[in-house]
Design a protein around this ligand. Structure first.
Ligand code: CA
Length: 233
């Protein structure tokens, strides 16, 4: 995909460092997007609540409300537009905290412009392309309704975060196949480099607690040294 391909997105960027905000805004503007800049978290929240954006890019360290709180607040107000977090802190804890707050992806500063564009494209593809050929995915008594974005196990509704949902969707679209941690990183988070694969384990465990812990048969199995497999036998 060419770097300069038009995306035409309406983007809210919360970034307090003017130099970084200007570079991101310029690059995204050149590819056909409209970028509104908020210099702090509270301004970003006001803008998000009063306008409709296609995508949010939030720096984590912001004056006032930080990027994580911003994300959490929007998710609470039922705003599920994709959120890309920018973080100078590459530690697993911060990444997990960001994804827990409801963010869809993150980018560690400093990053290359091409990487930012690639993440945005992957994010928009994932969030727009949720409607598959089939409406429901199933394994044993686990069911995922792609249109309603509803998950049930033995008829009980299971409440998942957006990341857990994407992970389960990926498992269900690849049943009875060994899935590596890298496969999950690439397909659930869109991360294509070898860092923080333990984030995957953390999320697989969250998902297991919700869909497997109180049910039989267990569906997500660990394949030692390889990854995971979704199967009912
Ligand atoms: Ca900052």
């Amino acid at each position: 995909m060419p770097l300069r391909q038009k995306l035409n997105l309406n983007i809210l960027l919360a970034e307090d460092e003017p130099a970084i905000a200007n570079v991101i805004s310029k690059v995204l503007g050149e590819t056909g997007n409209a970028v509104s800049i908020a210099p702090d978290g509270n301004t970003a929240l006001q803008m998000a609540l009063s306008h409709t954006y296609d995508l949010y890019i939030f720096d984590i360290m912001l004056p006032g409300m930080n990027g994580l709180e911003l994300c959490r607040t929007l998710r609470k107000s039922k705003d599920h537009k994709p959120v890309l977090l920018l973080t100078a802190l590459g530690s697993t804890e911060n990444i997990v905290a960001g994804l827990d707050a409801g963010a869809d992806d993150y980018l560690v500063k400093p990053f290359k412009v091409a990487e930012l564009m690639a993440r945005i494209k992957a994010l928009m593809r994932r969030t727009a392309g949720g409607f598959a050929e089939e409406n429901k995915l199933r394994m044993a008594d686990l069911e995922l309704d792609l249109e309603a974005r509803l998950v049930t196990r033995a008829g009980n509704e299971v409440s998942l975060t957006s990341t857990e949902y994407r992970m389960l969707e990926y498992f269900l679209k690849n049943p009875r196949k060994v899935i590596s941690r890298m496969d999950l990183l690439e397909n659930v988070w869109g991360v294509d480099f070898n860092m923080a694969t333990n984030v995957v384990d953390v999320y697989v465990n969250y998902l297991r607690k919700k869909i497997d812990k109180e049910y039989e048969p267990k569906l997500i199995h660990t394949v030692i040294g390889m990854g995971y497999i979704l199967k009912d036998t």
